[in-house]
Every structure is written in structure tokens, then in C-alpha cells.
Write a protein that binds this ligand. Structure first.
Ligand SMILES: CSC[C@H]1O[C@H](OP(=O)(O)O)[C@H](O)[C@@H]1O
Length: 343
């Protein structure tokens, strides 16, 4: 990879006997690291969004299972205890398939372990491999994406956070954006603030500003006007689950953005590792969509911004149908869903 600089930001650090997580609920004001030594703690961290982002939560679940194995080693029923921890971790969040994918990969390794110490060793190696593979995949996806984009330079718009804070490092959609910048092919990134959890304003704007990448923060509602102006060539987003027909579950608001992009002749690129593809589901209708608490809309940093007790609908993902996605990029390559000439 030429011209890439590893970003200084990272979401997680594995120390063999504990997992350190940057508490993303406190960014950008405060950088606070929390330490986890057991699977229940890691599951809570995922559920409470201390760490978030489909690939990142898969990697954390893998390390969480290693922690479970270390704690179970002293018991005769160590294998059953590890399996129980896997179920707890798998239940932390429903939409991103990376969580179950990572846990299934570790459990297949567990089956080959004859004793608890061997289980710890094998699980640790596999979890580290998943982490390393994710970073390598992000760099490969950036290369694949740039190979099909015109030289530019041009502006792009992105939604939510898909960077080093959402992955093992470098990022998926944000990895493509980083590579565009380092190759001199990017003029500006428009970052949707991404209500209600504000991954865009609190995380993406923070990541990009740290690296001197020109980023402009906009309300989700301003995306239409930005796309109408014509300087944005691509909408580039991540994914939490991609089904066999190319439907894409991603942060709430992605579907509306794809409709806007198609209306304004702007191409939509989805960037996600192959661990995000769930071929067991025939369409996005089958993807479980997480709904989170009402206070995510009613409050901001503890301050009420809506009438007390107001009814709230808070799905935190939506499904963009394949016919609104122009291209899907994974580490294995590029899949055009709309023939380029038709755009
Ligand atoms: C490369 S991260 C993929 C995906 O995860 C984010 O959701 P969340 O912040 O709730 O974990 C968002 O949908 C990203 O696009």
C-alpha cells in the first residue's frame, strides 16, 4: 500500500489477558479507556456502544471469548462455559452479522482444542488473526475502490462512522476516503452528523480532523441540498449486513441518502469486508433491525430536547435495496449492482 498513513486513532487494544476499549460515548470531548477482563463486560461494552461498528464489535466479541476461555480454564466444564459466553456475546447487538461470524469462526477452532490451555491458545491466535485480517481487508478495499473511481479530485459524502473507531483499524468507507485523500483525489468530505447517536459529528469529524483531511459537518437534513449542488461525486458508506441479493443494512438514514443520491445522479458505494455478507438471508426483509431506547432521541448528553414521555420510534439501522446501490466493495473485489454505463 503506497501513500497510506496508519491513522493514530484506534478503538481497541488487546493485551492477552485484558481488552482495552476507547469509550466512544465520550468522544470527542474526552478520550477515556476502559479495561475488560471477562466476556460479560465485553458484551455490555458492545450493547452500551462503548465500542461500535460492525467489524469492531466482531473483533471485540472474539477477544471476549478468549477472556471467557481464560476464566473457564479452572473448571471441569470449561467448554460449556465458553459456549455460554459465546451466546452472551452473540446477543449483544442483533444487526451486524460480523458479531456472529466472528464467534462462529472461534467456536470452530474451539472444537479442535483438547484441553482448556490449548483452547486459550487457539482462540487467542484466531482472534488476533481476525483483527489483523480486518485491517488488511480495509487497505485492500481502499485499493479496489479507487481502481473504479475517476481520478478527480472530487467531494464525497459519508454517513455514520466507518473508520478506525468502527473497525480493527483504517476503516471501510472511511478507509476509501483516507486513501482518496492520500492519493490527492479528494477535495472534501461531507459528514452527516448521523442522528441520534451522532457517529458523524462525534467520531467521523474527529477522526478526519485529526489527520488534516478536509471535512465539513452537516445535518442529516442538509444532505439533499449538498447532493443537489453537484460537487459530490460519490456517497460512500459502510454496512452492517449485506444479504444474498445485495440489500444493505446500515445506519438509519442510509436508505434515504441512497434515494437522494439516485435522484441527483450521485453514485452510491457500499464498502464492507466479506464478513459483513450474510448469504443465508435472501433479502434485506430478513435482517433483524435493532431498535434502541427512547432517550437517545429525547436527550442529548443528559439534557432533554423533547417533551417528557413523548412516544419515540428509534430504529438504528435501515435497509437500502440493492437497486439503489451502485457498487459494493469488499476485500475480494468490486461488484457493480448497476452497470456503470446506466448511471
Ligand atoms: C464499518 S462500521 C459499519 C456500520 O456500523 C455502524 O453502526 P453502529 O455505529 O450503530 O455500530 C454504522 O451502521 C456503520 O456504517
Amino acid at each position: 500500500m503506497t501513500g497510506n498513513q496508519e491513522p493514530s486513532t484506534t478503538a481497541l487494544l488487546w493485551h492477552g489477558d485484558h481488552l482495552a476499549l476507547l469509550d466512544q460515548r465520550l468522544l470527542p470531548e474526552r478520550e477515556v479507556w476502559l479495561t475488560y477482563t471477562d466476556a460479560d463486560g465485553v458484551a455490555s461494552a458492545i450493547r452500551d456502544m462503548v465500542v461500535r461498528g460492525a467489524p469492531a464489535i466482531g473483533i471485540c466479541a472474539a477477544y471476549g471469548l478468549v477472556l471467557a476461555a481464560r476464566q473457564a480454564a479452572r473448571y471441569d466444564d470449561w467448554r460449556a462455559l465458553i459456549q455460554s459466553a459465546a451466546r452472551t456475546l452473540a446477543g449483544a447487538r442483533p444487526t451486524a452479522v460480523n458479531l456472529s461470524w466472528a464467534l462462529q469462526r472461534l467456536q470452530s477452532v474451539l472444537n479442535d482444542a483438547d484441553d482448556a490451555r490449548e483452547a486459550i491458545r487457539r482462540l487467542d491466535l484466531e482472534a488476533r488473526a481476525i483483527h489483523d485480517e480486518d485491517v488488511a481487508a480495509n487497505h485492500r478495499m481502499a485499493e479496489h475502490a479507487l481502481s473504479i473511481m475517476d481520478h478527480g479530485p472530487f467531494a464525497v459524502l459519508t454517513h455514520c462512522n466507518t473508520g478506525s473507531l468502527a473497525t480493527g483499524g483504517y476503516g471501510t468507507a472511511l478507509g476509501v476516503i483516507r486513501h482518496l485523500w492520500h492519493q490527492g483525489r479528494l477535495t472534501r468530505v461531507y459528514a452527516d452528523e448521523t442522528r441520534p447517536w451522532l457517529q458523524g459529528s462525534r467520531l467521523t469529524a474527529w477522526e478526519l480532523q485529526q489527520e488534516g483531511i478536509p471535512v465539513t459537518l452537516n445535518t442529516d437534513g442538509a444532505a439533499a441540498q449538498i447532493l443537489r449542488r453537484g460537487d459530490v461525486r460519490w456517497v460512500i458508506v459502510g454496512a452492517d449486513r449485506i444479504t444474498a441479493n445485495g440489500d444493505v443494512a446500515n445506519k438509519i438514514g442510509t436508505y434515504g441518502l441512497a434515494v437522494l443520491a439516485r435522484h441527483h445522479g450521485v453514485r452510491v458505494m457500499v464498502v464492507a469486508p466479506s464478513s459483513t455478507v450474510d448469504r443465508s438471508l435472501s433479502s434485506g426483509d430478513d435482517i433483524p433491525i435493532e431498535e434502541r431506547g427512547a432517550d437517545e432521541l429525547r436527550m442529548i448528553q443528559g439534557l432533554p430536547i423533547a417533551p417528557d414521555g413523548i412516544s419515540v420510534y428509534n430504529p438504528v439501522f435501515d435497509v437500502t435495496p440493492a437497486d439503489l446501490v451502485d457498487v459494493i466493495v469488499t476485500e475480494q473485489g468490486v461488484t457493480w449492482l448497476q452497470t456503470p454505463s446506466s448511471l
